[in-house]
Design a protein around this ligand. Structure first.
Ligand code: NAP
Length: 239
């Protein structure tokens, strides 16, 4: 029987930027939010900020490149809540520099390796750790924070390591959804648009609130909602 308790949600890379805002919006909707940060003091500071707004959040130290830290988080969440309802794979890096790394011909394989480790392998391990539990409990929502840079239909040259990692994250989303057909575990990817964060920079046209909106919508989809699709502004977009 699916639980009627408030849903719980784990958001990675949530000490700042879009992830932090996703935590805020999910907590405002009444979910029990687990804010994950690889840096404990920064994570604590972020949690304190949300608690001062009267929101309920719980901190976990999680580095998506560190298998043990993911495992530790999984074990502690199972112990505390017995399940995970919502997983938002938000943590991400953009290492391509506008200079040396802007052309595929100059990209160092190490830049690609590091980027893929954070933007793809981390989400893969998190899905492997949590989705079987969601399937067992009969409910789950997985949101992969991707990018237009990972979209074949809109891809532009530049930032090759980042684009490769987000295209692969899109493929992960699709593959995972194919294994979950017929269940109430819904897996989707989204592009937040160009957002004013440390990654997006100060000239970006969108606020973190706008960037988080579609992710929060996907994280709280009703039964029968979309499965294995890619969204921006709550609308499906081509891969
Ligand atoms: N901003 C945009 O315009 C834009 C556009 C399209 C897609 N996105 C995607 O949106 C997501 C959030 O981006 P953002 O703009 O909010 O970026 P951001 O401000 O740079 O925040 C990135 C977050 O990811 C965390 N992180 C990085 N590596 C990590 C790791 N190994 N383990 C755990 N956490 C890690 C960072 O933690 P630290 O503070 O410890 O570094 C930070 O909390 C990313 O997946 C990004 O690719 C952003």
């Amino acid at each position: 029987m699916p639980s009627t308790d408030p849903k719980n949600a784990l958001v990675t890379g949530a000490n700042r930027g879009i992830g932090f805002e996703i935590c805020r919006q999910l907590a405002r909707k009444g979910l029990r939010v687990v804010l994950a940060s690889r840096n404990e003091p920064k994570g604590r500071e972020a949690c304190d900020k949300l608690r001062q707004e009267g929101l309920e959040v719980d901190l976990r130290v999680l580095d998506v490149k560190n298998f043990e830290s993911i495992q530790k988080t999984r074990d502690s969440l199972i112990e505390k809540y017995g399940r995970l309802d919502v997983l938002v794979n938000n943590a991400g890096i953009l290492l391509d520099s506008p200079g040396f790394d802007s052309s595929l011909f100059d990209t160092r394989p190490e830049t690609v390796r590091q980027t893929v480790e954070t933007n793809l392998i981390g989400p893969l391990i998190l899905c492997q750790m949590f989705v079987p539990l969601m399937r067992e409990k009969g409910y789950g929502r997985v949101v992969n924070i991707s990018s237009g840079s990972g979209q074949f239909s809109e891809m532009e040259a530049g930032s090759p390591a980042y684009s490769l990692s987000k295209t692969a994250l899109n493929a992960l989303t699709k593959l995972l959804s194919l294994e979950l057909q017929g269940t109430d575990v819904l897996v989707n990817a989204m592009c937040p648009g160009w957002v004013r964060t440390d990654m997006g920079g100060p000239s970006a046209p969108r606020s973190p609130e706008q960037g988080a909106d579609t992710a929060v919508w996907l994280a709280t989809l009703p039964k029968g909602g979309p499965q294995g699709s890619f969204f921006r502004d709550r609308k499906p977009i081509p891969w």
